[in-house]
Design a protein around this ligand. Structure first.
Ligand code: PMP
Length: 408
């Protein structure tokens, strides 16, 4: 007898839901639940599985490394960790001569990377300018994580309010608003954190003007500009770092989701001026940068960092965008196309197509064998594996608009 596809009241925290679909395995861009049903995955485990499922190349690297050496501690180094950090530092990063990164601080999650960057920024401001220069700025619709520091810079009140008070001195300013930024940013600020494209907050893109103002003001007051590229980085937006696409010149960059092919690994790119101040005990983590995750990540990096791979991601992103545009046109409803690269979405201009409607579309798409995501209040988001084929993109968009047509 086949197992039910879903589990009811699982022994997991209730916020994950009272009924969950149970996946069994994946192959390429497809997932299979435990009843055997197949789904085209255009969510990638929330923008994680850039290289798709069933990667025996990555599995072989992980297995070999587990046999050879599974863990030491950060009192020691390992070859895979050194190799990966070296590759990241050597890469061309946004900001040119402004941001030459000297070290990579590895961690385990996006929140942890942002938490680390916040600590480094506070340490920098305090050492350079003295106590009291600790303000932290983020922007409306931001998502930087759910640990107390990263949550302090996450805008959504539903995520924040139950856990207040958050860390003192953290502020949310309006996104892409240069005059609000000019009024608020001064030498008492330790850091500004921003996503080049807001992954969870509706796929809004940092404007060129705003990026320029941020670069200039942060430099003027020696405030550290942190680009949260946990979701946008490593190719998701068609470039290794999305900061470059929007003109941001960050002092620190945080990375995570696709880094180790689905294994937990994050990174903070640390500039020389911060690295110089770091003393033993300032910050560390037991598992971050272990040899298994970094060995896999090194192979993932080699694939993602190839210019041809990025060019292909951009092309597929444009193809996806064009199919979404014609699908929307066919529905005859005006809307916004959002995002960049293979992080795309859209919202219809009508109150009828609100967040509840989006959730219904996501549920019905799932019944049809398609996994998609929501972002912001009312945006349907597609973040397929970067290895998706044109045929699969077409299949996904056709399924999506079939479901939408039945729900107009
Ligand atoms: N920053 C951004 C931009 C994210 O999209 C996320 C996760 N959605 C995080 C931080 C937090 O990452 P994690 O869930 O790995 O802690």
């Amino acid at each position: 007898m086949k197992a039910d596809a879903t589990v009811k009241n699982p022994p997991l925290p209730k916020q994950y839901g009272e009924e969950l679909l149970v996946f069994d395995f994946g192959e390429g861009c497809y997932l299979f639940d435990r009843s055997g049903k197949q789904y085209l995955d255009m969510g990638s485990g929330i923008a994680v599985n850039a290289l798709g499922y069933g990667r025996s190349d990555l599995a072989d690297i992980a297995a070999a490394q587990m046999r050879r050496l599974i863990h030491v501690s950060n009192l020691f180094a390992t070859e895979p960790e050194l190799e990966l950090a070296g590759k990241i530092i050597a890469a061309a990063v946004p900001g040119g001569s402004h941001s030459s990164f000297e070290a990579v601080h590895f961690g385990n999650s996006g929140s942890e990377a942002n938490e680390t960057a916040i600590k480094y920024a506070r340490l920098y401001a305090r050492t350079k300018r003295g106590a009291g220069h600790h303000r932290l700025i983020a922007f409306s619709n931001s998502f930087h994580g759910r640990t107390m520091g990263s949550l302090s810079l996450t805008a959504n009140p539903a995520y924040r309010e139950p856990f207040e008070p958050l860390i003192p001195g953290s502020e949310i300013l309006p996104f892409n608003d240069v005059s609000a930024l000019e009024k608020s940013l001064d030498g008492n600020v330790a850091a500004v954190m921003i996503e080049p494209v807001q992954g969870e907050g509706g796929l809004n893109i940092v404007s060129r003007n705003f990026a320029k103002a941020l670069n200039n003001l942060c430099r003027k007051y020696d405030v550290l500009l942190i680009a949260d590229e946990v979701q946008t980085g490593l190719g998701r937006c068609g470039s290794l770092f999305a900061s470059g696409i929007v003109g941001l010149e960050p002092d620190m960059i945080t990375l995570a989701k696709p880094m180790a092919g689905g294994l937990p690994l994050s990174a903070v790119l640390v500039p020389e001026k911060v690295n110089d101040l770091l003393k033993p005990g300032h910050h560390a983590t037991t598992f971050g940068g272990g040899p298994v995750t970094t060995a896999v990540a090194s192979a993932v990096w080699d694939i993602l960092s190839k210019p041809e791979f990025m060019a292909e991601t951009r092309r597929k992103g444009e193809f996806l965008e064009s199919l979404l545009a014609s699908g929307m046109k066919e529905m005859g409803i005006k809307g916004d196309l959002l995002g960049a690269g293979l992080l795309r979405g859209f919202r219809f201009h009508s109150d009828k197509y609100d967040g509840i409607w989006c959730s219904r579309i996501i549920g019905e798409a799932r019944n049809e064998g398609l996994i998609i995501l929501k972002t912001g209040a009312d945006v349907l988001r597609l973040a397929p594996p970067l290895v998706i084929s044109d045929k699969e993109i077409k299949e996904g968009v056709n399924l999506l608009f079939k479901v939408i047509k039945n729900n107009l």
